[in-house]
Design a protein around this ligand. Structure first.
Ligand SMILES: Nc1ncnc2c1ncn2[C@@H]1O[C@H](COP(=O)(O)OP(=O)(O)O)[C@@H](O)[C@H]1O
Ligand SMILES: O=P(O)(O)OC[C@H]1O[C@](O)(COP(=O)(O)O)[C@@H](O)[C@@H]1O
Ligand SMILES: [Mg+2]
Length: 432
């Protein structure tokens, strides 16, 4: 129950009192004080009550009867930052349509190439987004706005927002994008401006804390399925065949874990959260692989990009423009190591290597992920129009929530290897 003792302050910032009647018709308005309880079960509620005398809750997402921003005077801007992710265009479309068709916001700018587009030094003209211009973009992967990594000065960016008379800024991105959105919100506050800064949580890694899932993750898991089947076919097609799949997941192994459960041909699921050794010890990969090959003549391994970094002699010093650590390539390392080990051990094995990372990340979203994107976008607009700021739209206990950005970025969400999820993965990959 220790986690319950560390629940952060979930209070959302508001620019001011909402006094303008919402232009929305035919919707169920949410009371201003609606909440979504943080605790996941009755025991947690009781424990928190006993320890703190209160029950923590997120502010619930949804349209409010009174709004803060006057739609007719409101200009909005949307940007996408960080790596690509299925569903970016769905969110851009959802935001544009909700802003213009539901709230009658007259102008929606699409900011080019992430935060670079808010720095005039790059010279990127914003796009004018309309329901017509975004009509079919959800069918395509990637982002029509372009994205980028790398820091920009928030004083310059806020100057641009002021100059363009932007009152609502939507930042679609992961933890880095949200940290930058927070810096912008603080600069806006310092200057006494009334600009709402709202985050929409993107990352196929699903690593944003206090949010059950981020958009794009489900599509990534779905798209990994056929690759696992292909790896399995290749593995079975040769004596001692090994299908090895390298998937994204810089620091969190959710894609590998869920993909393993979604296509249970996988025999080894290697993630950063559960370190493994190669030759010795309880979690040694190669002796286990040898036993598996003797019994079954084939094996399928999935590995997250952040897994096994301790196996490299030197810590990777490289970072991307945003400051994210660039890991050693564990997929290629395992391919080469297993191949050499086979030769040394006189095991006639063959490794077929698959790296579908960018193929998956650039796909359009599908199924319930697309539904999720549209709903996130609608909630982001309700949130912004109500005058909230420094907030990211979350999903918790099956409800949409508002999460203060500093809370969402306080730590990274990781696979809990004591959890039911990891138990299920271990069960699905149980060795003979
Ligand atoms: N700690 C930070 N403070 C301010 N801005 C940041 C921070 N980390 C990243 N950013 C900016 O946010 C944008 C996207 O960050 P990045 O880490 O590349 O992707 P993601 O948002 O998917 O995590 C980049 O422009 C980056 O410079
Ligand atoms: O090659 P790139 O564009 O730097 O992106 C690689 C990274 O992007 C991701 O897909 C997602 O990361 P972000 O969402 O934080 O941008 C990571 O899994 C991966 O490490
Ligand atoms: Mg990130």
């Amino acid at each position: 129950m220790e986690i319950m003792m560390q629940i952060p302050d979930l209070t959302v910032k508001h620019l001011g009192a909402p006094t303008i009647p919402s232009p929305l018709t035919g919707v169920k308005f949410i009371p201003e004080n609606a909440t979504v309880i943080y605790a996941k079960d009755v025991n947690e509620v009781e424990e928190e009550l006993k320890n703190t005398g209160k029950i923590s809750a997120f502010e619930a997402a949804g349209p409010r009867e009174k709004i803060y921003h006057d739609p007719s005077w409101t200009h909005a801007a949307i940007l996408t930052a960080g790596g690509l992710c299925p569903g970016l265009n769905d969110v851009i479309k959802g935001l544009t349509r909700t802003l213009m068709l539901r709230y009658n916001v007259p102008i929606v700018f699409g900011i080019r190439y992430g935060y670079q587009g808010l720095n005039p030094a790059f010279g990127y003209e914003p796009m004018l987004l309309t329901p017509d211009s975004v009509d079919s973009i959800h069918e395509d992967g990637g982002t029509v706005l372009g994205s980028s990594r790398g820091r920009q000065d928030e004083t310059i960016m806020v100057e641009t927002l002021k100059r363009m008379n932007i009152k609502l800024l939507f930042c679609i991105g992961g933890d880095g994008t949200l940290r930058c959105a927070h810096d912008i919100a603080l600069e806006v506050e310092r200057r006494g401006l009334n600009i709402s800064v709202i985050g929409i949580p993107k990352t196929i890694d699903n690593d944003i804390n206090y949010i059950d899932k981020t958009f794009g993750f489900e599509t990534a898991v779905y798209a990994t399925g056929p690759v696992i089947s292909a790896a399995h076919n290749e593995a079975k097609g040769a004596p001692n065949g090994i299908g090895l799949i390298h998937v994204m997941g810089r620091d969190s192994g959710f894609i590998a874990a869920y993909a393993t459960l979604a296509n249970t041909h996988v025999n080894y699921c290697l993630i950063p959260e559960d370190p493994f050794s190669l030759y010795d010890g309880e979690h040694a990969l190669l002796p286990s692989l040898e036993r598996r090959l003797k019994l079954r003549k084939h094996a399928v391994i999935i590995v997250s990009e952040g897994a096994g970094q301790h196996l490299f002699k030197e810590d990777s010093e490289k970072r991307d423009k945003s400051g994210n650590k660039l890991h050693h390539n564990i997929g290629e390392f395992l391919r080469d190591t297993i191949t050499s080990w086979g030769k040394e051990s006189n095991i006639d094995l063959t490794v077929k290597y698959f790296d579908p990372s960018y193929l998956i990340r650039s796909l359009p979203s599908n199924g319930t992920d697309s539904v999720f994107c549209e709903m996130l976008a609608q909630h982001a607009v309700h949130c912004a129009m109500a005058g909230c700021t420094d907030v990211v739209i979350g999903h918790w206990n099956d409800r949409f929530t508002y999460v203060p950005i500093p809370v969402a970025t306080s730590s990274r969400k990781k696979v809990d290897i004591e959890s039911g999820l990891w138990d299920s993965v271990k069960s699905a990959t149980w060795k003979y």
